[in-house]
Design a protein around this ligand. Structure first.
Ligand code: FAD
Ligand code: UDP
Length: 397
């Protein structure tokens, strides 16, 4: 195994030897692993060792200053949104917030129009000046009712018809997932609504904001606890049999934990191309989508819109979906759900280990959902330990 090095740890290895044995070994320092680490240490007085194979904390939400000094998200744009007050309350212990409402434009034909499709989108694309009532009739005339909505194609065709489906959804989805929408669960395109008003926000959640000093800073504060040791650049395999711990919480891919014994769970990956440009602004909003299939990337993000940073230069990233690479997206379709169920059943009968997070439970979860899942696990553990959780911010709904 590689050296357990001081430089890579938030709390150093001197504490590491002093503190063994650990109550918990937690694999993965993203939202899932970091939230449960914080709760177990601060809430229940447990000693926790948190490891991540990457050289940084915060998982896919990791942000940092690039070479030009512009704050960027290494793994693509992360916008915090939720309807759950208790999740906001919990995270607010570790960060202040910057109000931010996400707006996305799509490049369709020669136009740059709002997505989710709204009244402005329709009027711009078709050169009309419809009212909301007109737009409802317009869409109703084009919608092709689907009796049993199963797939991501059914959802969209049923709502807005084939032409708009082809313009906004088919190409983007085929690029993003390497699958036709007709082969994907309805939950995927259901994430994007259609509107007949002028609301051009991407999300309608009651809380929409960004951590004021970034995600990584928030995670640093979350993990800055004397009973938490963090080892970075350290794979689970490196510490699995070397450390003394009573319980394991695994936030990596569940199929990998079980050596792919039932076969691989499919994940979709992305390649990010980051660039810094010699201008202050590149595009009018944080994200522009490119649904057309002839363009190989799905979207371009300009980070200064998200962070509010003032800087004479600007940094952007292109997202190129791909089959190989880090597992970013579980792929929602029935056969994958079936395969996951087999791993889940095996997990349930394996003592000493719990699975958590987007990879550990093979769920297409947003950040707030992962925080909610981790807080729910904490509450379960606390109850089993006979500790009453009095804290509103960690109660489950
Ligand atoms: P991760 O963040 O993936 O963390 C898992 C960690 O485990 C990783 O750091 C990994 O290195 C580590 N690990 C895995 N296996 C091992 C091992 N064997 N040994 C050691 N370490 C291991 N959500 C939103 O709410 N809003 C958004 O705008 C948004 N945008 C997104 C954009 C993109 C491109 C992607 C990919 C996701 C986006 N998400 C967004 C989802 C968000 O990233 C996840 O919900 C969240 O990061 C999941 O946290 P996690 O801890 O479960 O997983
Ligand atoms: N989608 C699309 N066109 C768009 C935006 C989204 O077809 O312009 C589809 C696509 O299948 C995508 C899904 O809707 O994967 C969910 O979009 P979301 O923006 O929620 O994806 P994420 O941010 O998770 O990548």
């Amino acid at each position: 195994m590689p050296e357990v090095s001081l430089e890579r740890a938030i709390n150093g290895p001197s504490q590491l030897t002093e503190k063994r044995p650990y109550d918990y070994l937690i694999v993965g320092a993203g939202f899932a692993g970091s939230v449960i680490a914080e709760r177990l240490a601060a809430g229940l007085g447990n000693h926790v060792l948190l490891v991540d194979r990457r050289e940084h904390i915060a998982g896919n939400a990791f942000d940092h200053l690039d070479a030009a000094g512009v704050m960027v998200h290494r793994y693509g744009p992360h916008i915090f949104h939720t309807n759950a007050q208790r999740i906001v309350d919990y995270l607010s212990r570790f960060t202040e917030w910057r109000p931010y409402e996400h707006r996305v434009l799509a490049r369709v034909d020669e136009h740059l129009v709002p997505i989710p499709i709204n009244l402005t989108t329709l009027n711009t694309l078709y050169g009309l000046s419809m009212t909301r009532a007109d737009a409802e009739i317009f869409l109703a005339e084009r919608a092709e009712p689907v009796a049993a909505i199963r797939t991501s194609e059914d959802v969209v065709i049923n709502q807005i018809g084939r032409e708009l489906y082809e313009k906004f959804f088919r190409g983007y989805t085929r690029k993003q997932w390497g699958l036709d929408p007709s082969d994907l669960d309805k939950s995927v395109t259901s994430r994007v609504p259609t509107r007949t008003n002028e609301d051009d926000r991407y999300f309608t959640d009651s809380f929409q904001m960004m951590p004021l000093n970034g995600y990584t800073h928030m995670f640093e504060r979350m993990l800055d606890h004397p009973r938490i040791d963090v080892l970075l650049g350290t794979d689970f395999a490196d510490v699995r049999n070397r450390m003394d711990y009573k319980q394991l919480i695994y936030c990596g891919p569940i199929d990998e934990y079980f050596d792919f014994c039932f076969g691989r769970l499919p994940y979709r990956s992305l390649r990010f191309q980051h660039e810094t440009l010699q201008e202050a602004q590149f595009q009018p909003v944080a994200v522009v989508n490119y649904p057309v299939q002839s363009v190989p990337y799905t979207r371009i993000t300009e980070y200064k819109h998200l962070t509010g940073q003032e800087h004479p230069l600007t940094s952007i990233s292109y997202e190129f979906p791909c089959a190989d690479g880090d597992p970013y997206y579980p792929i929602p379709r029935p056969e994958n759900a079936e395969l996951y169920k087999r791993y889940k059943a095996l997990a349930d009968e394996t003592p000493g280990v719990m699975f958590l997070g987007r990879l550990g439970t093979y769920k297409y979860y947003n950040m707030d959902q992962v925080v909610g899942q981790a807080l729910a696990l904490y509450q379960r553990i606390a109850q089993e330990a006979g500790v009453e959780v009095m804290d509103r911010a960690v109660e489950t709904e």
